[in-house]
Design a protein around this ligand. Structure first.
Ligand code: THU
Length: 138
């Protein structure tokens, strides 16, 4: 499908406004583009117990799955943060992205200057830990 990078940026930026980040004061927004054109967005949601923070990427992807989408339905995810270079997703989110999105789906990283870097899922997390190995242990 033809990906509208401006539309994803706008959705992710709007979601970013909903971030609950009183501890880090670092707001992030993410927008999952479904192949039928719908967008499911999310933002980071923090907690006084700091490690319980949910990143924007996982908020958006779990919302998309909770609404019934599966990896074959997802074309791309866009992420935006107030970074100098386009934002870089954390390792935990890369692992979740690798499981919940197709290896060839796009991950579009933005900053507020609307600069972007575009990756395929498989390039953002090479050699991922995957479900297929779970039966290997003897
Ligand atoms: N964060 C995200 O939501 N996505 C990223 O790609 C990087 C970091 C959040 C987690 C935490 O709430 C805040 O940004 C600071 O780490």
């Amino acid at each position: 499908m033809k990906i509208d990078y401006d539309k994803i940026y706008i959705s992710a930026s709007q979601a970013r406004e909903n971030a609950y980040a009183p501890y880090s004061r670092f707001s992030v927004g993410a927008a999952v583009l479904l192949r039928d054109g719908r967008i499911v967005a999310g933002a980071n949601v923090e907690n006084a117990s700091y490690p319980l923070a949910i990143c924007a990427e996982r908020a958006a992807l779990t919302a998309a799955y909770g609404a019934g989408a599966r990896k074959e339905d997802i074309a791309a995810i866009g992420v935006v943060g107030a970074t100098d270079l386009p934002i870089s997703p954390c390792g935990a989110c890369r692992q979740v992205i690798a499981e919940l999105m197709d290896a060839d789906a796009e991950v579009i990283l933005y900053n507020l200057k609307k600069e972007k870097k575009i990756f395929r899922v498989k390039d953002l997390l090479p050699y991922p830990f995957e479900a297929g190995v779970l039966s290997d242990e003897r």
